[in-house]
Design a protein around this ligand. Sequence first.
Ligand code: DON
Length: 303
Amino acid sequence: MDHQALLEQIARDVEPLLGTGTPAEYIPALAAVDPGRFGMAIAGLDGTVHGVGDWKRAFSTQSVTKVFALALALSLGGDSLWEHVGREPSGNPFNSLVQLEYENGVPRNPFINAGALVVTDRLQTLTGDASSELLEFLRQESGNPELSFDPEVAESESAHGDRNAALAHFMASYGHIANPVPALLDHYFWQCSIEMNCADLARAALFLARHGLRADGSRLLTRSEAKQINAVMLTCGTYDAAGEFAYRVGLPGKSGVGGGIVAVVPGRCTLGVWSPGLDRQGNSVAGVAALDRFTTLTGLSVF
Ligand code: DON
């Protein structure tokens, strides 16, 4: 398969969508990004990457980091994580509070904000410095030692973080949070502010396409754990649009409100895509369309 020609075809196909949708407005530092940008990269199992458009331009990864935080927490701490967070789609917006009270403070899944806070709390307990450990992990997996936080975004998140603070305090009241809430929130906001480009993202996710193996052949996750993360990405990775994403794309994927999406074709390759214009659920309009074109043109979906 000629990956470069494929990406160029996809970029032409989604061009009419560029500039549609709106960048995330609730975090001022994200609202300023040009919604007309688009980049996409494919990484093969051997780490070879092809890209198109703005594929080397760094963007705010936001909730895409939730999948890497989950992988790191599972690899360091194992299955007991699932005692504190579920694996069901929420059907509610990513920052919703309502389900938590009905369900005794246990979040539906690790990819909504409440669930991600539980994962970050666990990472904090396991490592003592959750956000720095996650950044280091992403540097290693992407092969890019220059990955970094964006302090402006982290501060902006913190200044507009009342909803996340409410979620964390509410879960703490049920005894589901082990660390002090203010410190947990800081790690969560810094985690969301990590910047990566499409190539970094695709490369960093390759362990999920390699059934748990890293680039050097060492094992990060068991084959079952890699399958489990891919399954939760498919069912919960794109908020309350996960059903539509599975219908259109048919791949495990995780999005962020910076406009990035990472997707996995188990046993074959990974994809990183970025375009900041979001739909009403917070997923990149052109990003989802590009992945939709990818599976349509190649037949490479999990179905
Ligand atoms: O928690 C927030 O509001 C953002 N920093 C991350 C949001 C995002 O990408 C979607 N969340 N699941």
